[in-house]
Design a protein around this ligand. Structure first.
Ligand code: B1M
Length: 215
């Protein structure tokens, strides 16, 4: 059984302890890096999401899988990436979170972990983050970029609200803003006046590097 199949089984069985131990073993034996495991886990969550949409699994199974993945990310993969990135020179400061009314965390956490492994200082504010919380944190830490994640059509407007609030406070030009999450698009980013949009975690890193280089 290959790594992806084994992880898929553990996630489907909601075996958090099993997944944590398996990830530790893979890292210890250097069979894959933490970034590679995160990428695999992202693909598996997409697969599980498709099963949910096709009504092959239901909400409790979805929550169980998401919690299992979160356990491995929080306990093993994120710390491993942080340890590996400790000595890197900072590429910039990014305040990231999922916008108000939205509790989806997995994709945003992947983006945060990939940014961290690429040398960014990441301030992950979690989920249901208000415009004021994003801006206050950005001001406090002297951020370069504010990253707004939204997985719900109904929460997308809160991405716009953050940009409007930056304008109201006369701070719009101080920060680059990147938006992401399944219902968002380049068009949406243009419409609300964001500086960039990314489809996935790898693109988010590339786009942030680009907007900071153009600054
Ligand atoms: Co929810 N959910 N959910 N859910 N959920 C979706 C998003 C949905 C598409 C499923 C569906 O019905 N088809 C749908 C939204 C429909 C819509 O509005 N368009 C939906 C719904 C409706 C809901 C609830 C309302 C369900 C209910 O209660 N009836 C509820 C909402 C609660 C709330 O937020 N207020 C809800 C709840 C949940 C769970 C709690 C069970 C769980 C989240 C657990 C958690 O995150 N801790 C959950 C999950 C897991 C999903 C799906 C199945 C998977 C999301 C995920 O983790 N994907 C999702 C369906 C799907 O996506 N197919 C669904 C894997 C992850 C790696 O990908 O998050 O897309 P993703 O992130 C990617 C990119 O989008 C991008 O990069 C990431 C990595 O490559 N990206 C960024 C994300 N953020 C970015 C930020 C960036 C750049 C790129 O820059 C800042």
């Amino acid at each position: 059984m290959n790594i992806k199949e084994k992880i898929k089984d553990l996630v489907s069985e909601w075996d958090t302890e099993g997944l944590i131990e398996y990830c530790k073993t893979i890292l210890t034996n250097k069979e894959a890096t933490a970034s590679e495991l995160l990428k695999i886990i992202g693909e598996i969550m997409k697969f599980i999401g498709d099963q949910f949409e096709e009504e092959e699994i239901f909400l409790p199974e979805l929550i169980g899988s998401a919690e299992t993945v979160k356990g491995a990310i929080d306990n093993v993969l994120d710390p491993a990436i942080r340890a590996a990135g400790e000595k890197k020179e900072s590429q910039g400061k990014v305040v990231i979170g999922t916008v108000e009314s939205d509790v989806h965390s997995i994709g945003k956490d992947l983006v945060g972990s990939f940014l961290f492994s690429n040398g960014f200082e990441v301030y992950n504010l979690g989920v249901e983050v208000t415009a004021d919380q994003f801006i206050s944190k950005a001001e406090e830490v002297g951020a370069d970029v504010i990253g707004l994640s939204s997985l719900l059509t109904m929460s997308m407007d809160f991405q716009k609200e953050v940009i409007e609030e930056l304008k109201k406070r006369g701070l719009r030009d101080k920060y680059k803003v990147i938006v992401g999450g399944a219902p968002t698009s380049e068009d949406w980013a243009d419409q609300i006046g964001a500086d960039a949009h990314a489809d996935d975690a790898i693109e988010a890193v590339d786009k942030i590097k680009k907007i900071l280089a153009d600054k």
